[in-house]
Design a protein around this ligand. Structure first.
Ligand code: GDP
Ligand code: CA
Length: 306
């Protein structure tokens, strides 16, 4: 079965690791958010793309959720000792990935091609496409009026400020990376991973043509990242409220209702099934908690059997 999955970082990477066990990886394509990308320590970091790539390569730090297992932090610790702003924890080997990406970008190579080079050299056989080769940056307007860069809000300020508005800078000028729309059209099933609906899936949906391609697709299956009204980690609840949506599985279902064919909630949210079904969208409940790759593989198989 040919599957294309839309993904952010941690929730996306877990779902993709499950899909990679459930189907032939040659038939799996990941379309990954780049709205969190930034220039940090003079390199281009692409957090969600790297989380997904490392996880599929089996070298990701599954405890922390990001970075490489067993990586060291000499570089950032040394920067910190020198008095530089060093709140972004980027591991030494992780830095090499970002430095390689930066060197290739300076040679004029598009991000999608560089991502494919890194993928292949790390031994990943599933296809990984960054959502765009263009510059899209998610930013936040805090309730106190400050504009925060993505990583400033997420890492430096630990997602504490109240957010009034989410801005997808550059989204209107951006186009999907080569292969994104084709991968959606060619897939037998499209999976919307249990990723942050506002800042991981939102930017992908905002790219020209993506939403239309999903609307025309007969089998789009989404998994809720919200269980019992809360995200398993991260600030999806606050960000959902910032865009006027409810922090619940049905709140996420509403955001996806124009293109989604089957919305999957967790078994703990059985009451949400009827609520979603009453809007005309097919809803199912499954155990969506992915504690490890086996759990993720089980969920992937159940999803694809729907
Ligand atoms: P990020 O880019 O690293 O923030 O990661 P994503 O956007 O891909 O995923 C973040 C979302 O994943 C959060 O809202 C979590 O609630 C959700 N999530 C993480 N692990 C799981 C899981 O095992 N099951 C489900 N259903 N959601 C999960
Ligand atoms: Ca992310």
């Amino acid at each position: 079965m040919n599957v294309t999955a839309l993904a952010g970082g941690v929730g996306g990477a877990k779902m993709l690791a499950g899909l990679a066990r459930a189907i032939d990886t040659a038939d799996l394509t990941a379309v990954v958010n780049t709205g969190d990308d930034d220039d940090i320590y003079n390199v281009h970091v692409s957090p969600d793309v790297d989380i997904v790539t490392y996880r599929l390569a089996g070298i990701g730090d599954t405890e922390r959720g990001w970075g490489l297992a067993g990586d060291t932090f000499e570089l950032v610790d040394s920067l910190d000792r020198l008095g530089a702003e060093a709140w972004f924890r980027l591991g030494d080997r992780d830095y090499a990935t970002c430095l390689y990406r930066t060197m290739r970008l300076r040679e004029g190579v598009p991000l999608s091609q560089i991502t494919d080079e890194i993928r292949s050299r790390l031994g990943v056989t599933a296809r990984i496409i960054p959502m765009t080769d263009h510059f899209v940056r998610t930013r936040f307007i805090a309730a106190d009026g400050r504009t925060l860069e993505f990583q400033e809000y997420f890492v430096k300020e630990r997602q504490e400020p109240e957010i009034a508005e989410v801005i997808l800078h550059g989204i209107d000028e951006a186009t999907p990376a080569p292969g994104v729309l084709d991968a959606i059209e060619a897939a037998e099933a499209v999976v919307i991973c249990p990723s942050n609906p506002v800042v991981s899936i939102g930017p992908i949906l905002g790219l020209r043509g993506v939403r239309d391609a999903l609307r025309s697709h007969p089998k789009v299956v989404a998994v809720s990242p919200i269980v019992q009204g809360r995200p398993l980690r991260g600030p999806a609840d606050k960000l959902l409220r910032a865009v006027g949506a409810a922090s619940s599985a049905s709140g996420v279902a509403e955001l996806y209702s124009d293109f989604c064919n089957i919305f999957v909630v967790d078994v703990m949210d059985e009451d949400e099934v009827a609520k979603i079904a009453s809007t005309g969208l097919r809803a199912e409940s499954l155990d969506t908690i992915m504690d490890d790759d086996n759990g993720a593989a089980r969920l992937a198989k159940e999803l694809l059997a729907l």
